[in-house]
Write a protein that binds this ligand. Structure first.
Ligand code: GDG
Length: 470
């Protein structure tokens, strides 16, 4: 038996080494981005080493920097501006991100991007190597670092290495459009365990492995491809539910006053919170809210949409485009419907501290989460965790968010169908208390069962059990 810290009875604690593109700042509460949030919750509690890019771009990156924060040793590395452009903006965010989110139209493939991606993965391997101990458990995260295990193995690493993909894994036909897809998937085969968010992602991977890479697979998730044997399974990521609920219940004065004002006016709030990203379905979300107002004049002045979307990856053109489109759309909807005492859409482009977000979720009656494609979507789970159990809000959730696989008591919508979204918003706003409570009860039980700790221990326990081909 092994407990959550990875201790063998009478044995020693196995050290966990997490490697991800960015090292999250565990001291900050404005952390945006699901990987940082999900992993920070898990690692802060368990402790270990966290290795990754510091976020700095330097001509001479120098030696990695070592910091100790609570139980975690953070080791961070700077990148050169060229590496940043080719690896981060280029291959990771202009090839893999759109490709894995089914957006072939936005893929911008260039050989120098791929070269930069390989180069930075080699640099990561070189830099982390001196810090590794023979009995460490290594856990690599996300699409930026797919080739890292191969680079570490080439340098003699015999440790168990696991990989978790935070974003979707596309169907084989789509993946085949990437010039280097065979190499990419072969890199995954170097891990001992590959974790996906959902059964659907795992199914896509299995089909690719069997059909394109000649792998044989077994029911228990073990795979054999050439001389490689490994396991692959779905481990849906979660949040620290109690911590988030607690944060939500400590409403800031500002949020409380705003809530009171709306109560007096009999006005309800729909909330959306997303990094500004084309995968999140924001333009169609705004249009659906506009459609709701168009179809139901009786709710004018009785509802607002609060959308919080801090910018991300602004140096990539498709991100600048979406920003412009949203400014235009919110402006058009507001100028069509607004009155001197009512602004239908409040669109905030700044980063809001996590405590305030939690309180805003609690003060809202509808959580509107409509990605066109999403690995999991933690915002859906945060909205549910933040609700009052006696008087909960309603989650409206895209069928294409990984979270929809588990959160079936949400109102599930098609994010490409504006009418469907508008009607479900209306239904959410009218939903009787009893039905809201029933749905909330089921949803909270589900996200509690599959929380941050269950995700972490589920993955690490499985990794420990994988039999390595020595
Ligand atoms: C990737 C996958 C997967 C957002 N705005 C603010 C803010 N946030 C926080 C949210 C949430 C996180 O960022 C976003 O997480 P998501 O899961 O919704 O989405 P991605 O960033 O795309 O994350 C995703 C995830 O990795 C984990 O595996 O679920 O599918 O794409 O926690 O609350 N936080 C603060 N201010 C903001 O303005 N403090």
């Amino acid at each position: 038996m092994r407990n959550s810290e990875g201790t063998n009875p009478g044995g020693h604690v196995k050290r966990l080494v997490v490697i991800s593109n960015r090292v999250a700042d565990l001291r900050k509460t404005t952390q945006t981005g699901g990987l940082a949030v999900g992993l920070a919750d898990a690692v802060r509690e368990r402790g270990g080493v966290w290795f990754g890019w510091s976020g700095r771009k330097l001509k001479e990156p120098g030696e990695p920097k070592v910091d100790r924060i609570g139980k975690v040793t953070q080791i961070s590395l700077a990148l050169t501006p060229d590496d940043y452009a080719a690896y981060y903006l280029g291959y990771a965010n202009s090839v893999l991100w759109p490709l894995f989110h089914y957006r072939l139209d936005l893929v911008n493939f260039r050989q120098e991007f791929l070269d930069g991606y390989r180069r930075v993965n080699e640099k990561f391997a070189e830099a982390v190597l001196p810090f590794l101990r023979p009995d460490d458990t290594i856990w690599v995260h996300d699409y930026h670092l797919i080739p890292l295990a191969a680079e570490l193995r080439r340098r003699g690493c015999r440790q168990r290495i696991g990989f978790f993909l935070h974003i979707p894994f596309p169907p084989p036909d789509l993946l085949a459009a990437a010039p280097d897809n065979e190499w990419l998937v072969a890199c995954l085969f170097e891990y001992d365990l590959i974790g996906f968010q959902t059964e659907a992602d795992l199914g896509n991977f299995r089909r690719y492995a069997e059909e394109q890479a000649g792998a044989t697979t077994r029911e228990d998730g073990s795979f054999k491809a050439g001389e490689h044997s490994f396991r692959a399974r779905a481990f849906p990521i979660g949040i620290d539910v109690d911590q988030f609920a607690e944060m939500a219940s400590r409403a800031s004065e500002e949020v409380a006053i705003d809530e009171l004002r709306r109560k007096i006016l009999g006005r309800r709030q729909i909330i959306g919170v997303d990094r500004l990203d084309y995968s999140k379905g924001l333009p169609d979300r705004f249009k659906a809210f506009g459609r709701l107002l168009e179809r139901h004049p009786e709710i004018h002045k009785k509802v607002t949409l609060l959308q919080i979307s801090p910018s991300s990856r602004q140096e990539v053109q498709s991100y600048a485009d979406i920003k412009e489109e949203l400014a235009r759309l919110s402006g058009a909807i507001n100028s069509r419907f607004a009155d001197f005492n009512w602004t239908p859409i409040r669109y905030i482009q700044r980063n809001v501290p996590r405590e305030k977000l939690a309180a805003l979720f609690r003060a809202s009656q509808v959580g509107f989460v409509t990605p066109l494609r999403d690995g999991m979507n933690l915002v859906a789970k945060e909205f549910v965790a933040a609700q009052h159990m006696e008087d909960p809000g309603v989650l409206v959730l895209s069928q294409f968010a990984g979270a929809a696989e588990e959160m079936t008591e949400a109102l599930i919508v098609n994010p490409y169908d504006i009418d469907d979204m508008a009607e479900n918003l209306f239904r959410a706003l009218q939903m009787p208390l009893k039905e809201r409570q029933r749905r909330q009860k089921a949803l909270i039980a589900r996200i509690r069962k599959q929380d941050a700790r269950a995700w972490l221990t589920g993955f690490l326990d499985t990794l420990e059990k994988v039999r390595r081909a020595e």
